[in-house]
Design a binder for this molecule. Structure first.
Ligand SMILES: [Zn+2]
Length: 137
């Protein structure tokens, strides 16, 4: 999603609040080549505003897979579930790290892990390498 109209000041505020980590997969911005992006948690096309409370720092992978989605179908129950919201929810209540693997704890966790492809093999390999050098989580 294009976010070039976000002011440098707001961008910096959101990045600092996130401690320069992707708020979905927790990888640090300094550890990857592609620069991080600001995710509209509720996408603009669904009425989401460009304000700090609706923005999250996201790596290129998480942001691309999330796109304009705000919800998905829980693979376990078949119910429509909203995706994880880093502004109103706590990461550790919905996900648990098992080494590099992001294990969902809730329906919110399940839909987010699947839609954002958090455990795709290449991403697991990167996080495993970061663990080995002490940079993850
Ligand atoms: Zn990410």
């Amino acid at each position: 999603m294009r976010d070039s109209y976000i002011s440098a000041e707001l961008r910096q505020q959101v990045a600092r609040r996130a401690n320069y980590r992707c708020e979905y997969c927790l990888v640090k911005q300094d550890d990857v080549l592609l620069s991080y992006q600001l995710d509209h948690i509720i996408a603009v096309q669904h009425g989401g505003e460009t304000v700090a409370q609706n923005l999250a720092l996201a790596c290129a992978h998480c942001n691309r897979h999330k796109g304009a989605n705000i919800a998905s179908i829980d693979p376990t129950t078949g119910q429509l579930m909203l995706l994880f919201n880093p502004r109103t929810q706590v990461w550790t209540e919905h996900f648990k790290l098992e080494g590099a693997f992001i294990s969902p704890l809730t329906a919110v966790g399940r839909v987010t892990v699947r839609l954002l492809k958090l455990n795709y093999p290449e991403r697991l390999r990167v996080r495993q390498a970061l663990i080995e050098i002490g940079n993850y989580p």
